[in-house]
Design a protein around this ligand. Sequence first.
Ligand SMILES: [Ca+2]
Ligand SMILES: [Ca+2]
Length: 232
Amino acid sequence: MKKMLFAAAIAAAMSASADEAAKKSETAEKSENVEKVAIRMELPEPRIVGTPKELKDKSNLEADPGIGKLRPAIMVPKGYDKLLSLEKTVTGSVEPLNGEFEYLTDGDKELDMTSMVMLPGGLQWVQVDLGEEHEISACCVWHDQGDDRVYHDVICQISNDKEFKTGVKTVFNNDHDESAKLGKGKDKEYRERNEGRPFPVGMVKGRYVRFYSNGSSSEAGNKYIEVEVYGK
Ligand SMILES: [Ca+2]
Ligand SMILES: [Ca+2]
């Protein structure tokens, strides 16, 4: 009797997983049929004005693609390639030492004092308010690309909670040693270049997008040029 129940349980489990598999392949088929478009980001010119510093720790650094080399474009379903963040309100963890938060969504990505927002050292963040909840497909953050530097603890989170206390989804995290205490990140550190760091997000819903950093290989401070959020 026990054996029969056991067999029945296995059969039930197997048919459940078969159902799941069928559902999964259906979803995959559907998403393959969706027309995809590339997100086209406007990039500033590559601009290396300082001497790169020797990096102390390269253990979590991605391979160097070379100056001016771009990552493959992020492909999203048609209609999900809209720039949502332009001219939207930005706030931050502290008042900037230099610049205004509004510089970060003004579309200007050139590396100069009318575009750069400088925050002090330590873990800091800037946060875009999209005004209402959106389905977000991709984000990009540009820090100071001036000397090929590498920013630490680059983390991006999305939430409908302005304070990021509830419903927080982490969509990028290269804090591999968990020094920021926001969870261990699987993404790699990268050299700051003219394309910033674009990354797909996978249709996460939210109103607020927060970008963290904790200084760079060149200095303790945190310099931001622009942040962008794409979606529908
Ligand atoms: Ca800007
Ligand atoms: Ca870290």
